[in-house]
Design a protein around this ligand. Structure first.
Ligand SMILES: Cc1cc2nc3c(=O)[nH]c(=O)nc-3n(C[C@H](O)[C@H](O)[C@H](O)COP(=O)(O)O)c2cc1C
Length: 187
């Protein structure tokens, strides 16, 4: 599957078959994340692979009420939690302070980039995922023993999809692309 095909075919998957995903396959998708670009190649990301049913149940309890990914977190055979080491992405080489006026938020960018690659690779391998950001981070961090200096950014279930949901709508290029100056939609 080429990249455009993967980009166009990927969907957020919230219903999973119980079929297991073997370690080699999980490693292959994690490798796609590992190869992502990052701030000064600092690779602040860390990933936790959860297969334990009780941990997945407790992770699902961390999601905000009504989050449509709750059952997926509990039922998918694997959940991957994407964490970040703080103080690297967005910082000067000597760590004397933030390198941009955006401060210490670049870790979100790096982890999201890595997870995006992971998700496209998963889709190309017939697996489903969904970005899950709507959860109580502190509760999830306590559950997984996240140490000081690290944080959780997001999580995703990983498994074989029950079906391929319809594509969700996207804005047209004409609504989101400007030329030369913000707001100029004419070329
Ligand atoms: C940063 C981020 C956080 C998200 N958090 C959740 C979430 O907590 N629960 C959920 O069901 N979907 C979540 N999503 C999935 C979006 O709802 C989904 O990507 C969007 O509706 C487009 O659908 P598609 O991924 O199938 O194209 C999240 C997506 C992103 C990018």
């Amino acid at each position: 599957m080429d990249v455009m095909e993967a980009i166009k075919g990927r969907r957020s998957i919230r219903k999973y078959k119980p079929d297991p995903v073997d370690d080699k396959t999980v490693e292959a998708v994690l490798d796609a994340a590992r190869l992502a670009p990052s701030w000064a190649n600092t690779q602040c990301w860390r990933f936790i692979v959860v297969r334990d049913a009780e941990t997945k149940r407790k992770l699902a309890e961390c999601l905000y009420p009504g989050n449509s990914a709750t059952i997926a977190i509990e039922q998918a055979p694997v959940v991957i939690i994407a964490c970040a080491k703080l103080g690297e992405a967005g910082f000067l080489h000597d760590h004397s302070g933030p390198a941009t006026s955006k401060g210490d938020i670049w870790y979100m960018f790096d982890v999201a980039t890595a997870m995006s690659q992971l998700m496209l690779a998963a889709h190309a391998m017939g697996l489903g995922t969904v970005h899950v950001g709507g959860f109580k981070i502190k509760k999830a961090e306590a559950l997984l023993g996240i140490p000081e200096g690290f944080t959780i950014v997001e999580m995703t279930p990983l498994g074989y999809p029950v079906d391929q949901p319809k594509a969700r709508p996207r804005k047209e290029l004409g609504e989101i692309v400007f030329y030369e100056k913000f707001g100029n939609t004419g070329k």
